[in-house]
Design a protein around this ligand. Structure first.
Ligand code: MG
Ligand code: MG
Length: 266
């Protein structure tokens, strides 16, 4: 069942989403070679608690940490560890927050030191595909339109679009209906309406779209061990059009990236 949110609820969800955005922005300036994902996890947990929130993933389905930290060939659900990050790695950080009854849930793939042009292109394309998916999120369109836009953009560049994991509705639960695949056909799937809040989250692989799960029961990795990228935003449909509740601005500011805000009407 899809739960429609009132304008008041959307404003409350914006606060939760922005708490995640600020957490990721705080982490952005800490990510460098030699740092461990467990250190980042502890920073994030303190930051969220200091701001009156609760880590949204900690304990959810028995997940042991605040962040999902997925390095290189890890796609999502990586568990923070004591292994230092290396120059040239990428790390996808997915963070959830529960604040005032509502969840925020968003993610960004960071580079560690200098990364190759090949991987930079993957990150850029994945981020672009997120905004292409978001621009389809208008009342009267359908969930399949979002997936189609993401898939089309990424597969045209030869990347693999992960099938097994999907975006989702968001609200008082971290995962609500509908599921939002990153692939699909135009004009299929659930109808999009005002008041829907979705987490759209393309998971895009440099090579094959195929993935497998590690023995830790959590980490999803690419089958060919090539790298994978993951970007996620929380978006509401307001007056027929998508309104992004989360933001990458704090991250871009920390990293000195200019012009980070995308025009979703493009
Ligand atoms: Mg997430
Ligand atoms: Mg999510």
């Amino acid at each position: 069942m899809i739960i429609i949110k009132s304008k008041d609820e959307i404003e409350r969800m914006r606060i939760s989403a922005l708490m995640v955005s600020k957490t990721l922005g705080m982490l952005a300036s800490e990510i460098k070679p030699g740092v461990t994902s467990l250190y980042l996890d502890k920073l994030a947990e303190s930051f969220i608690r200091d701001n009156g929130g609760k880590p949204g993933f900690l304990g959810m389905y028995d997940f042991p940490n605040t962040l999902c930290t997925s390095v290189n060939s890890e796609v999502v659900h990586g568990i923070p560890s004591n292994k230092p990050l290396l120059d040239g790695d990428i790390i996808s950080i997915d963070c959830g927050v529960l604040f005032d009854e509502y969840y925020g849930d968003h993610a960004y793939t960071f580079s560690v030191g200098e990364i190759s042009k090949e991987i930079k292109d993957l990150l850029e394309t994945t981020k672009e595909s997120l905004y292409k998916g978001i621009s389809e999120m208008r009342s009267g369109k359908r969930v399949g339109d979002i997936g189609y836009a993401i898939q089309e953009h990424c597969e045209s560049k030869g990347y693999g679009v992960v099938r097994e994991l999907v975006g989702h509705g968001l609200g008082k639960k971290l995962h609500e209906d509908p599921q939002v695949p990153n692939y699909g056909k135009r004009n299929t799937g659930k109808l999009l309406k005002n008041g829907m809040v979705l987490a759209i989250e393309p998971m895009i692989n440099l090579g094959t779209h195929r993935v497998r799960q590690l023995e830790d029961g959590w980490s999803i990795v690419t089958e060919d061990n090539k790298v994978s990228a993951h970007f996620e935003h929380d978006i509401a449909i307001v007056n027929g059009y998508p309104e992004i509740l989360s933001t990458f601005d704090y991250i871009h500011e920390a990293l000195g990236i200019k012009g980070g805000s995308h025009n979703i009407s493009s």
